[in-house]
Design a protein around this ligand. Sequence first.
Ligand SMILES: Nc1ncnc2c1ncn2[C@@H]1O[C@H](COP(=O)(O)OP(=O)(O)OP(=O)(O)O)[C@@H](O)[C@H]1O
Ligand SMILES: [Mg+2]
Length: 311
Amino acid sequence: MSEFKPRVKERRVDTKMVPLPSDVIVPERDVSETPVLECRHLGIDFGGLRAVQDFNLTVGHTEIAGLIGPNGAGKTTVFNLLTKVYQPTRGIIMLDGNDTAGMSVPKVNQAGIARTFQNIRLFSRLSVEDNVRIGLHNQIKCSMFDGILRTPRYFKSEKEMHERSLALLDVFDMADQANEVSGSLPYGAQRRLEIVRALATNPKLLLLDEPAAGMNPSETSDLMDNILKIRDKFQIAVMLIEHDMDLVMGICEGIAVLNYGKIIAKGTPEEIQNNPEVIEAYLGKQVEKPARTQADEAAEAVAPTDGQGEE
Ligand SMILES: Nc1ncnc2c1ncn2[C@@H]1O[C@H](COP(=O)(O)OP(=O)(O)OP(=O)(O)O)[C@@H](O)[C@H]1O
Ligand SMILES: [Mg+2]
């Protein structure tokens, strides 16, 4: 079971969350915009297993949202539903006010949802830049014939792709690694490259599945700054799944807690940290000790302390 560490080392954001009429909260700055994501009664069954049920969540236009919960709670399954890896058994997913029902994985990516995976999925033999270019491919403005005939449009788009790749890599100070083979990068850098590749698809909502997994504290701290930087620079929403509570509590504005496929709590980091149901979900039920009586204390005082004398 994941450790729940409610004490936060450093809180980097101080967002005022305000309620919308529909009983959800979003950052104050996003109130006048359509929420980037609205899930209503979302659910999926795998045979008899209700992996996600009655999942209701709203994410503001530029919100950094957290989805947390113990192992097996259904967090990655929610990302798989949002990105159409799985089609929901029930419910609705609205992206920037549009229903995504029936969309395929590439279609929903074009519509504005990009993700990274719990286990790194890079094209490890390709260069760092080529991995980013794959993310950019939707935005190429030249045809196969331009490529074959090497038209001016081809050279123009090649130059543009190169420049955009470097600019995106620069967000994570990785532009000077553009020609390296991505599989040879250290683990933390590969995780960052995955985020850059997802960003290259020009999302409105970036989903990060355990972005800090395997990172050391200093890399995690840099990652927190970079997630904030991405949100500010690109004005997009970020939703992240993470077990590192310093990261979650440090940068998330709204947090939802999933347990056995159901949301058991939603709120600000402060509300979540103090929610008894959340603490119980992470740590298990706290067994209350019966009050000690004078008779207990007297019995303890005369009892052998090292086990000797016991039968
Ligand atoms: N394709 C599938 N078929 C059957 N069961 C599945 C499938 N995908 C997920 N599950 C089940 O759904 C439940 C939720 O899994 P999920 O991977 O979403 O959990 P999680 O919250 O991401 O956990 P972790 O923190 O360990 O990554 C688990 O019981 C898992 O075994
Ligand atoms: Mg998972």
